[in-house]
Ligand binder design. Sequence first.
Ligand SMILES: [Zn+2]
Length: 68
Amino acid sequence: MTCAQMGGPAECNFVVTGETAEEMAKNGGEHVMQSHPDIAEQMKNMTPEQNAQWMADFQPKFDAAPEM
Ligand SMILES: [Zn+2]
């Protein structure tokens, strides 16, 4: 999945890989820290509830994505 598909900027085509949704979230997070400091800042301010909501939204997208 690309960064944009994971909620990053629409123009970012960085491909995030991972075996599980958790791994994708971790790898995507690392990319965001390096490339999108403004989004990283928003992520840091997310509450545990918002984090859980993000994972809940992301899991079906990950499940629907083709194998990479
Ligand atoms: Zn990106």
